[in-house]
Ligand binder design. Structure first.
Ligand code: DHB
Ligand code: MG
Length: 609
């Protein structure tokens, strides 16, 4: 387990799906120390506030914040009177809950107080009521507050009130979505920072309320610099819990136990990235390449995939000593065909990927520290240790070292050889993610494996928008291409058509490889002439290059550094295809611009077949 610091970690009940009971169980299960109680969760609960407090205590959770109010301040005296009464009632609830800090957000109603002196007076009056009960108010500027919408404005009001029971709640979303500068926190005395809420978000140009209510993410999943933000808050002397407050459409609907683990992983990774006093996690050992990709096959899909590997120039070089698993190799490109795990009838699918680690045991230790599910491995005699964890989409990730004493020792050599077709190694593995797993997967590969997330792109494909991003080692020895269909699966509109996954192999000469594959009768995907006509129109290609692309059915892309030539096989066993790629100069992408053409061709081939 990760080294615990004295910092406490909390999660707002609004982050998690289900009933209050479900949320508490999930938060405690993921190792949180406390929760923020969101009022609607309490109102809908059969537990009295005291019973909730007891339940939390049983689970080892404290109640760190209570959020019962909206629109506390008002220009209407009757409303002010009603709100002060409500405050008294809610302060009684707080005594039962055993929580001393209440959140008050800046008002969003039309009757919100505009005059800072009046606002200060109303907040101070409520702070008097709180102080009488030994409670305190954390005032938070909502980014869409009617008059108070920036953190520095909320600080001016708190400063003016100069009331010991009135301090600030800083929420990273509200500060960073408005372009606020965390450097300003240095001017706030630490004891005035009553509470801290952490949320990330993707960079979107949209109404800030919609952005906040639907698109918040856990730290590390979006575009905000949360290590710098948190570093500034801690440097200012904040000593309270680090609390996640993430409103997100997917998390609201997902298994709360899983979301809570994702949330805790985000906090651990954030703390490990702090500029000062970082949390110490086991280091992520260097990953030096793809060892193999494992496909689950059955009696129908196995022979289909094996035949295509043969036509791609692979040789069936090894047979597992105790399991129905074949090893296919070409250069350092390796594929395992496993007929011993369940797969849908006739389907082939990627079930595991193995990465070369400088220290597989240390890789597994880091994964465990970051709450990755560690998978049990059934080991027979003489079978090499393979540490494995489950990625969010269920793909098994092995940490291994390919050598005489490593996993290849599990395979008896067949002594088969093949002429090869110029494939040298695995360039990347393409994993289509379930929609709910996409953001979680980015954080998982970033934090657990130490892969850098790329910026990502979106293309309009035949079955809808496809979002994708690479996650890679700094030297690009390991590359995963994660993609996701927005709203639904992307394989088609027919129920039961799964999203395809793929394995891409590198070649140093894609034209020669294409020629060899064609001669061997590999089922290469046909690319329409319109595609090459458009390439020429867009890129004014050298006629000799264009002729090669046309002749061999190659796709092409350029980025500022280089160029990318690639080809695809048809989809095999309903779910998997292979890709062959040649990277020229420093091309760093995956040809995402060509995805719609590839998907249309795959659909056409399927409709024919
Ligand atoms: O969206 C809201 O209303 C809301 C409520 C409480 C918060 O702390 C917050 O950041 C937003
Ligand atoms: Mg907030």
């Amino acid at each position: 387990m990760a080294d615990r610091t004295t910092r406490r970690r909390a999660v707002a009940t609004v982050c998690l799906s289900g009933t209050l009971e479900d949320k508490l169980t999930a938060a405690a299960g993921a190792g949180f120390d406390g929760i923020e109680v969101f009022e609607p969760d309490l109102v809908a609960s059969p537990w009295s506030p005291a019973e909730l407090a007891a339940r939390c205590a049983d689970l080892g959770l404290s109640v760190d914040l209570y959020q019962p109010f909206r629109d506390l301040d008002s220009t209407d005296p009757a409303t002010v009177r009603r709100n002060q009464r409500r405050a008294r009632v809610k302060f009684d609830v707080m005594a039962d809950l055993g929580v001393d800090t209440v959140l008050v957000c800046s008002a969003v109603a039309p009757d919100a107080v505009r005059d800072d002196d009046e606002l200060t007076a109303q907040l101070a009056a409520t702070a008097d009521l709180a102080a009488d009960r030994g409670l305190r108010i954390a005032y938070e500027a909502l980014a869409w507050g009617t008059h108070v919408s920036t953190w520095d404005h909320s600080w001016r009001v708190v400063q003016a009130a100069d009331h010991p029971a009135l301090g600030l709640c800083l929420d990273s979303f509200h500060v960073l979505s408005r372009g606020g500068d965390p450097a300003g926190f240095a001017a706030v005395p630490g004891e005035k920072l009553f509470f801290l809420q952490l949320a990330d978000a993707p960079q979107l140009a949209m109404d800030v309320l919609q952005w906040s209510r639907h698109h918040r993410l856990f730290p590390g999943q979006g575009a905000f610099d949360l290590p710098a933000f948190l570093g500034a808050v801690l440097a200012a002397g904040y000593g309270g819990p680090l609390s996640l407050e993430v409103f997100n459409d997917v998390f609201r609907q997902s298994d709360p136990a899983r979301t809570a683990v994702d949330a805790m992983r985000s906090l651990l990774a954030l703390e490990a990235a702090l500029p000062v006093d970082p949390l110490v996690l086991p280091a992520a050992p260097e990953l030096t390449g793809h060892a193999f990709t494992e496909l689950a096959v059955d009696g129908v899909s196995g022979p289909v995939v094996a035949e295509v590997l043969d036509r791609l120039g692979f040789a069936h070089t090894g047979q597992h000593r105790s399991k129905p698993v074949q090893l296919w190799e070409q250069g350092a490109a390796r594929v395992l065909l496993n007929a011993g795990v369940r797969t849908a009838d006739g389907e082939a699918s990627v079930v595991a990927l193995a990465v070369e680690s400088a220290d597989p045991t240390a890789s597994a230790a880091r994964a465990e520290a970051l709450l990755a599910p560690v998978l049990p491995r059934s080991r027979g005699n003489a079978e090499a240790e393979l540490s494995a964890v489950a990625a969010p989409d269920g793909t098994q990730v092995f940490f291994t070292r390919t050598g005489p004493d490593g996993w290849p020792a599990d395979f008896l050599p067949t002594h088969a050889t093949a002429p090869g077709a110029g494939l040298t190694r695995t360039d990347h593995v393409g994993l289509t993610q379930p929609f709910d797993a996409y953001d979680e997967a980015g954080l998982f590969y970033d934090s657990v494996l130490g892969l850098d997330p790329g910026s990502g792109t979106e293309v309009a494909a035949p079955f809808g928008l496809v979002r994708s991003r690479g996650v890679t080692t700094p030297d690009r020895a390991v590359r995963l291409a994660l993609s996701v269909s927005l709203l639904r699966r992307g394989g088609g509109w027919t129920p039961g058509v799964p999203d395809p996954q793929h394995v891409a192999f590198a070649t140093d000469d894609v034209v020669a490889t294409a020629r060899a594959l064609r001669a061997a009768g590999a089922p290469l995907l046909a690319v329409p002439a319109n595609y090459h006509d458009d390439l020429d129109a867009r890129l004014e290609l050298d006629p000799a290059l264009l002729a090669d692309l046309r002749e061999h059915g190659l796709l092409y892309d350029v980025d500022p550094d280089g160029a990318f030539l690639h080809l695809y096989t048809e989809v095999l066993g309903g779910r998997v295809f292979f890709e062959v790629v040649q990277r020229l100069a420093g091309y760093d992408g995956y040809g995402a611009v060509n995805t719609p053409v590839r998907m249309a061709a795959h659909r056409r081939a399927r409709a024919r077949g």
